[in-house]
Every structure is written in structure tokens, then in C-alpha cells.
Write a protein that binds this ligand. Structure first.
Ligand SMILES: [Zn+2]
Length: 232
């Protein structure tokens, strides 16, 4: 299995790695900084460089349970055993991190069940299981305050045994952790949100920056879709 460096440090922009599998337009590595599509967040893009060659990674996703770096058909790929230099498209990823962290804040403002969501560098959305009307201005102001509050964001791993020993912790979580998979990764936005999440986040809410509530759409009687945008 690929060592997932992006879960240990989401700010890694470059890294070295060794090719462990070279398939038809995809490559697997011993370790990677490329985030694979999941949890509504897109897979990373970027470049591999080795022996004077460069190849563009056009997507990253799980294939057969492990991370595959995806390339255009016909591109020259590094053979197994090659040491490659990795670089992700940081500007795009950083926007995903800002959006992703903003989504957690939005979920803490609107405390309803989340039924869906999608993140992109341009706009993101969360779907809430709710019938009430949403006052865009109130929600926007609350979101801006949480960003300006500069709350620290951290992740930690916790075992199921530790969770069982701390029912209080489980009660405070906004989303219940999956069971039967061993260790669980917890996202903790100090005093604001605590929930299992495997995504890439910022170090502090202030890095979200200029965020704005976009269209609020009524998608059925029990579903409100809230779009958000970054204004820079
Ligand atoms: Zn998250």
C-alpha cells in the first residue's frame, strides 16, 4: 500500500518517491503527496520528473484499493524502481484545502444532516437535510466570523478502543465515525468541529480567506443546497 504523506502533512508540495507499479497510463508509488479523489474533494494533478523526463499527472484516484496516479494515454512513464520527483499543482490544491476547511465551518453553522457535497477550486457545495429557509446573510456573517477567529485546525488518529473508552468524545462528533476499519482519523477545529475526515485541511481557519455564500437552491422538500465561492 502507498504511504499517504498528504495525511501526515497536507502542505507538502514536493517529495521524492519510488515507482512500485507502472500500468497502462497509471503509476503507483511507495509514497505520495497526491491526494486521491474522495470525500467530495478532487484528485490532485501535477508532475513526475525523472532522468530528464517529465510527465503530467492528470488525476489521482483509488484503483483496486490503492492510489493510482493517472496520465494521458501514450505518455512515457517511469519504470518500476525509478526514483521520481513529485510536484503537485499547489495553487489548485490549496484552493481545495481552503474550500474543504470552509465546508466544515459551514457544517458547524448549519447544524443539519449533510446529504452530499462537492469541492472544486472554483466553487463548492453542501447539501443539507432541512426544510427551513436559509438566511444567506446570517449564514455568511457567521462563516466570516469563524474564518476571522483564526481557530487552529488539526488532525489526529484514534483507535476504536480509545473511542469506546470515551463515549463523551463520540457524542461531541458532528458525524459518527466508521467502525471496523481500525484507526480513525479525526479532524479537530478547536471548539468548532470534531468529526472523522480523511481530507486535506488548512492549519488555521484564517487561511480560508475571502469566502462568500453563493446560490442557495431548494432541491426537494427536505434538501437545501448551499454553494460557496472564494473571492480571490
Ligand atoms: Zn475534512
Amino acid at each position: 500500500m502507498t504511504r499517504e504523506l498528504f495525511r501526515e502533512d497536507s502542505y507538502l508540495k514536493t517529495s521524492g518517491a519510488v515507482v512500485t507499479e507502472c500500468g497502462d497510463a497509471f503509476v503507483r508509488l511507495d509514497q505520495t503527496i497526491f491526494y486521491p479523489l474522495g470525500g467530495g474533494q478532487p484528485g490532485d494533478t501535477g508532475t513526475f520528473t525523472w532522468d530528464g523526463e517529465t510527465a503530467r499527472v492528470v488525476n489521482t484516484r483509488y484503483v483496486d484499493g490503492d492510489i493510482a496516479h493517472v496520465f494521458e494515454e501514450g505518455v512515457t512513464l517511469p519504470p518500476v524502481g525509478t526514483t521520481v520527483e513529485l510536484e503537485i499543482d499547489w495553487e489548485r490544491r490549496y484552493r481545495h484545502m481552503r474550500m474543504h476547511t470552509a465546508m466544515h465551518l459551514l457544517g458547524s453553522v448549519l447544524q443539519y444532516g449533510v446529504t452530499g457535497g462537492n469541492i472544486s477550486a472554483e466553487k463548492s457545495r453542501l447539501d443539507f437535510d432541512m426544510e427551513d429557509a436559509i438566511d444567506k446573510e446570517t449564514v455568511g456573517t457567521a462563516l466570516t466570523e469563524l474564518v476571522a477567529g483564526d481557530h487552529s485546525v488539526s488532525c489526529r488518529w484514534i483507535s476504536e478502543e480509545e473511542l469506546d473508552a470515551n463515549p463523551e468524545l463520540v457524542r461531541t462528533m458532528s458525524v459518527q465515525p466508521p467502525r471496523g476499519k481500525g484507526a480513525i482519523r479525526l479532524l479537530d477545529i478547536e471548539g468548532i468541529d470534531l468529526q472523522p475526515c480523511g481530507g486535506t485541511h488548512l492549519r488555521s481557519t484564517s487561511e480560508v480567506g475571502a469566502v462568500r455564500i453563493g446560490k442557495v437552491e431548494k432541491k426537494g422538500r427536505h434538501n437545501r443546497r448551499v454553494n460557496i465561492h472564494l473571492d480571490d
